[in-house]
Design a binder for this molecule. Sequence first.
Ligand code: E4P
Length: 221
Amino acid sequence: MKFFADTADILAIKKLSTLGLIEGVTTNPSLIAKSGRDILEVTREICEVVDGPVSAEVTALDHKTMMAEANVLKQIASNVCIKLPMTLDGLQTCRALSEQGVKTNVTLCFTVNQALLAAKAGATFVSPFVGRLDDIGLDGTQLVRDIRVVFANYDGLSTEILVASARTASHISQSAIIGADAVTAPPALIEGLADHPLTDKGLAGFIRDWESTGQSILSMQ
Ligand code: E4P
C-alpha cells in the first residue's frame, strides 16, 4: 500500500520524503489555505521533492471552468494529479482529463456508488473519506472494504482506492488489511506509525545492558 502525505507543508513533505516513507502527496483547498502559500508555487515545490502523484484540487464547480483550472494545474509538473469533486461536473471533467492521459483523483467519496461512478469516469484514484464517515457515526473502513469488493468484481475497473481523511493508525492498518492501493494521511500520523511503548521499553533495556558491557562497536575496528 502506497503512503501519501496529506499536507501542503513543504518541510513536513521533505522530511517524510528523506525518510523514504511517502510515494505521493495530496492537497486540498483547506490545506493550501492553511499553508498560507500560493497554490501554483507550493505545488511546484512539492513536485520537485516528490516523484509520485501530487494531487492539486480544482475549485470551480462547473465543467468548463474546472477544465480551464486543470489546464493551469497540469502544467506545473508532469506528476500533478488533478483532484476533482464527486459531482456530475467533476465526473465529466474526470472523463475528459482521463482521455487526455492526465492523472485524476475524485475526492469527497462517501458511498460505493460514488466510487463506481469515479471508476466509470476513468479516475486514476478515488478517495473515500473514512474519518469524516466515522465523525458522523458511520463506519469509514467498511466503505473501503465494500469498494474493494466491488472493484474486484469487475476486471475493467483500474481505478485505485486512495483512502483519505485518515485520522488513526487503525485507519491505516485496516486499509492495508483490506488491500487499499494507497492511503493519504497527515505527516504526524505517518511518523507516529513507528511508535510503540514496547519498542521504547525494549530499546531502553538493550541500551542499559549494552552500557553494562563497557564495549563500543566503533572502537573495535
Ligand atoms: C484527501 O485527499 C483530503 O485532502 C483529506 O484526506 C481530507 O481529510 P480531513 O477529513 O481530515 O480534512
